[in-house]
Design a protein around this ligand. Structure first.
Ligand SMILES: [Zn+2]
Length: 254
C-alpha cells in the first residue's frame, strides 16, 4: 500500500522512485529476500529508477555519520539491555549522564521538546520527543546500525526530496529529522499515508499482509490499495494499466 502510494506520488511529480532495501541486520536477513521483493514489485508494475540500494553495502557511510555525531557530543554510550527498562516504551535515559567508556551501544541525545513539520498528507504534525521518541539507538550492542541513523543518512546522501510511507512511522520520522538536522542535511517533504487496517480495526501485520502480495493477486491487491488511498475503482486489468489509471486519479487527489 505504501509502495503503491509512494510510486504514484513520485510518478505524479515526474520524480524518480528509488528503491532501498533495509538489510541492516544482515545476518538475520534471509538470503534471496531482496530478490523476491524485486520480483514482487515488478509483478505489480512498480518499477523503480536506478539500481536498488542495499543498506548492508553502506556501513561506511553510517560509521562516518556516527563518528561525526559522537565528535559533536550528540551521543552517549549505553550498556542497558531491553530488560533493564522493560516497564517503559521509551528508553528512560539511564546512561545519559554516566559518560560510560567502552559502552556496547550508542544512543542519540534527543532534545526535550517537540519535532514539528507540515506533512503533505496529515497536515501539521507535532511529535513530543521525550515521550514518543526518546534517546533512540544509533548502533546496538551487536554493532548493527539503527534504522533511524541509516535512513537519515541515506535520505540525505541519495538526495531524497520526498518520503511517502505509512503513518505508523511518524515518530520514526521525528528521529530522522533530528539526525538530519544534526548532520545538517537537506530538509525533506513527508507524506504519511493512513494505515491499512483489518475489518476489525487492527493494523495489518506483516504475516497477514504477506499473503496479499503474491504476484497472482496483484490486480486485487492494487485495487484495495487504491481504495485505501481514496482513489476509488479502476478497471481491472494488467497492473501497469491499473497504475496508469490510478496515476491520473492521484494527480487530482485532494
Ligand atoms: Zn543505558
Amino acid at each position: 500500500m505504501a509502495a503503491a502510494g509512494s510510486w504514484l506520488d513520485a510518478r505524479a511529480c515526474d520524480g524518480k522512485w528509488k528503491l532501498r532495501i533495509d538489510d541492516l541486520d544482515a545476518p538475520r536477513v534471509v538470503p534471496g529476500v531482496s530478490d523476491s521483493i524485486l520480483r514482487v514489485l515488478e509483478g505489480y508494475g512498480l518499477i523503480w529508477d536506478g539500481d536498488p540500494v542495499l543498506q548492508s553495502k553502506r556501513f561506511d557511510k553510517y560509521e562516518t555519520a556516527l563518528e561525526k555525531l559522537k565528535n559533536e557530543g550528540r551521543t552517549y554510550g549505553c550498556n542497558c539491555t531491553r530488560k533493564n527498562w522493560s516497564d517503559s516504551n521509551i528508553y528512560p535515559t539511564t546512561c545519559r549522564d554516566l559518560a560510560l567508556v567502552d559502552a556496547r551501544s550508542t544512543r542519540f541525545i534527543s532534545p526535550n521538546n517537540a519535532v514539528k513539520w507540515q506533512d503533505l498528507e496529515c497536515g501539521y504534525v507535532s511529535i513530543d520527543v521525550p515521550n514518543e521518541v526518546g534517546d533512540f539507538l544509533l548502533q546496538n550492542a551487536h554493532g548493527t546500525y539503527s534504522y533511524q541513523i541509516a535512513n537519515a543518512v541515506d535520505d540525505v546522501e541519495m538526495g531524497v526530496t520526498d518520503v511517502v510511507r505509512g503513518a505508523d512511522l511518524l515518530s520514526v520520522t521525528a528521529a530522522h529529522i533530528l539526525v538530519q538536522e544534526s548532520l545538517r542535511g537537506a530538509s525533506i517533504r513527508y507524506r504519511h499515508l493512513p494505515l491499512a487496517l483489518t475489518p476489525d480495526g487492527k493494523k495489518i501485520s506483516k504475516s497477514s499482509s504477506a499473503r496479499g502480495v503474491e504476484v497472482s493477486a496483484a490486480p486485487r491487491t492494487l485495487q484495495s490499495a487504491f481504495n485505501h488511498l481514496g482513489l476509488g475503482l479502476v478497471s481491472l486489468d494488467r497492473p501497469e494499466a491499473m497504475l496508469k489509471e490510478a496515476l491520473a486519479k492521484w494527480k487530482v487527489r485532494a
